[in-house]
Unconditional design. Structure first.
Length: 162
């Protein structure tokens, strides 16, 4: 009985250690802050990231891939700062919607944390991380939401976007 109890205690101890590591990984600065900001600012339309087919584009599994190029990173920051308006085609599905600008509502750090959180929701490892300094730099270039849509079309022609 004593040996079996010792083995059980050892297994439980290892399980607790593994669970702790997983929880700590989920509680990174960008994970917690980014998720909270995503939920209150973006989640109302994009839901859990899957969007609504034909109406609201999905973002899960796409932000990390778009962020692999400097132009893609810039585009993603422009979307949050300036909004996006106009027709898009994502994975063969047409979308024609309006996303508002968060320029006046979110700080550079908040936008960076949302984008960094979304980048963790894809398969790219390590996930791209956005900084407040990057967002601050892009904030100086105000664009209309239609200009951001045109930027997407140009970028898609050079580096096909997911």
């Amino acid at each position: 009985m004593g040996i079996a109890t010792g083995r059980l205690a050892s297994v439980l101890h290892k399980s607790c250690l593994i669970a702790s590591v997983v929880l700590l990984a989920a509680c990174t600065r960008h994970g917690q802050e980014g998720y909270a900001r995503y939920r209150t600012n973006c989640g109302i339309c994009h839901h859990g990231g899957e969007g609504l087919k034909g109406e609201i584009p999905p973002i899960t599994g796409r932000v990390d891939r778009i962020a692999t190029s400097p132009e893609g990173r810039q585009y993603l920051m422009h979307v949050l700062l300036n909004g996006l308006n106009g027709p898009l085609r994502i994975d063969g599905v047409p979308y024609n919607f309006f996303m508002p600008s968060f320029r006046a509502h979110l700080s550079d750090e908040e936008i960076a944390s949302i984008l960094s959180y979304l980048a963790t929701r894809g398969d790219t490892k390590p996930a791209p991380v956005f900084t407040a300094a990057e967002v601050a730099s892009e904030r100086t270039h105000a664009l209309s939401s239609s200009m951001v849509a045109e930027e997407r079309r140009r970028l898609d022609a050079i580096h096909p976007l997911p």
